[in-house]
Write a protein that binds this ligand. Structure first.
Ligand code: BEZ
Ligand code: FE
Length: 287
């Protein structure tokens, strides 16, 4: 390692990490070093640009704490989180597509009855979301646990807003024995991911915006299956084709303005009218 040159530096660094004890970590490290060096070579990164990049990462670190991880947001805004999820989803081609969990999930939210109305005192139009949950081998997932969370009509999630009740627009329900689930809620609205940190700098530099189309988060857990993380998007949202974090998947974009049929009005007779309906089935990958 005495004479490190432009030509041998990449192999020198890869070799320096060749004794990495964990095999997978060693493989990832070697790939990372090679790609990182290729990137620096191809971009012909100048010392000034390198300094700016280090300062940018330091600013991301400065706005990261227990509540907020700016590095996850940068990963989201660069499509890396979405790519990791898309790679993971290729393991079972028969399962429904998944998407990002996002930062606003809270475990152990209050249990509500299957078919209940989550909308509480929130303004906004009501929507009934319903469907069936089964495994990729077609077995209905009776009793599957469904956790739901979304933002309020002011665009904020309960965890971001001390003025909302602790569990506003969140809850946990269980599918019936055939895997059928239903809940009513107040329609969520589009909102912006935090833009006051390094993530915002990145988005502005790229001439983009921080908006996400309206969506309802849903996470399904059932015995014998992989945990299924999804979002149900409003297909009519103005940001549906330009989600800041690249989370929209075709099958998860459904119209939020669908009028209920006579059959649906009868099935959801307990829900206060008027309401729209969104019918979304989920197929979970086997564990
Ligand atoms: C969300 O879905 O709430 C979200 C996802 C990624 C980044 C920020 C928010
Ligand atoms: Fe969200």
């Amino acid at each position: 390692m005495r004479n490190v040159t432009y030509d041998n530096i990449t192999e020198t660094v890869v070799q320096a990490y060749a004794s990495t004890a964990d095999g997978r970590t060693g493989d990832i490290l070697a790939l990372l070093i090679r790609r990182l060096h290729d990137f620096v070579r191809e971009a012909k990164l100048t010392p000034r640009e390198w300094e700016a990049a280090m300062a940018f990462l330091a600013r991301a670190a400065a706005s990261t704490d227990e509540q907020r991880n700016e590095f996850i947001l940068l990963s989201d805004l660069l499509g890396v989180s979405a790519l990791v999820d898309l790679i993971d989803g290729r393991r079972d081609k028969n399962a429904s597509i998944t998407t990002l969990m996002g930062p606003f999930y809270v475990p152990k939210t209050p249990v509500i009855l299957n078919g209940a109305d989550l909308s509480g005192g929130n303004d906004g139009e009501r929507i009934v979301v319903y469907g069936r949950i089964r495994a990729s081998d077609d077995e209905p997932l009776g009793g599957a646990q469904i956790e739901v969370w979304q933002n309020a009509p002011n665009g904020l999630y309960a965890v971001q807003d001390p003025d909302q009740p602790e569990h506003n627009l969140r809850g946990t329900l269980h599918a019936d024995e055939d895997g059928n689930y239903a809940f009513a809620t107040a329609k969520p609205i589009s909102y912006q991911v935090p833009d006051d940190g390094a993530g915002g700098e990145l988005v502005r530099a790229g001439g983009r915006h921080c908006w996400r189309p309206a969506h309802i988060h849903i996470m399904i857990s059932a015995q014998g299956c992989r945990r299924h993380v999804s979002q149900i998007f409003d297909a009519g949202d103005p940001y549906i084709d330009e989600d800041a974090v690249f989370g929209v998947r075709g099958p998860l974009a459904v119209p939020y303005d669908q009028q209920p049929s006579e059959k649906e009005l009868t099935r959801f007779a307990d829900i206060h009218r008027p309401f729209n309906v969104a019918n979304v089935d989920f197929v979970l990958a086997r564990a």
